[in-house]
Design a protein. Structure first.
Length: 181
């Protein structure tokens, strides 16, 4: 069973189908999706969030292959403001998005640190790799702040088009050296 995680300002709750309506409102905005993988349909369908939860995220969570959390402020625990996930996919172990009005406040750095700690501390994974569109400077800063390093650049397909895709990496030993459990 996937736990709820807590940080200084956030509550990360496992996603449920009940989250679909709010996700459908917050997610399909260009500023949120433009640098996400081209697998995200665009324009986003009216049932996109419900379909994703029902057919992708929740079954993968039940199989123990993916871990998806809603991001909520401790000051407003009933309001979902974004999502963050971990996946057992080669070169793609963490992904996230945050509603526009909550971006730029350090919240995703905080959420990323919590799930990275879960990846290395609870799941005992030896390595985390995270892909991102090279022009996504905000996401790049999150990787830098959490101690990741750029290991290679190739080409990737994103909602906004084809861009250089940076792969960032961190080992369990590196994480534990800077974030003792």
């Amino acid at each position: 069973m996937q736990p709820t995680l807590y940080t200084e300002r956030l509550i990360l709750r496992p996603l449920t189908l009940d989250d679909a309506e709010v996700i459908q409102q917050l997610f399909p905005h260009w500023e949120v999706v433009r640098y996400l993988t081209a697998e995200v349909p665009w324009p986003y369908p009216a049932d996109g969030a419900h379909s994703f939860l029902e057919h992708v995220a929740l079954p993968a969570m039940a199989r123990g292959e993916e871990w998806h959390w809603s991001i909520r402020l401790k000051s407003a625990p009933d309001a979902l403001i974004g999502n963050i996930c971990l996946t057992d996919t080669e070169d793609d172990n963490r992904g996230f998005w945050l509603g526009r009005q909550w971006q730029g406040q350090g919240l995703m750095t905080e959420a990323s640190a919590a799930v990275t700690d879960y990846w290395f501390g609870v799941l005992k994974r030896p390595l985390m790799r995270v892909p991102k569109a090279a022009p996504n400077l905000g996401s790049r800063r999150i990787s830098e702040r959490t101690g990741m390093r750029l290991i290679r650049t190739d080409e990737g397909a994103f909602v906004a088009g084809t861009f250089p895709r940076d792969i960032w990496e961190m080992t369990r030993e590196e994480w534990l050296a800077s974030h003792p459990l």
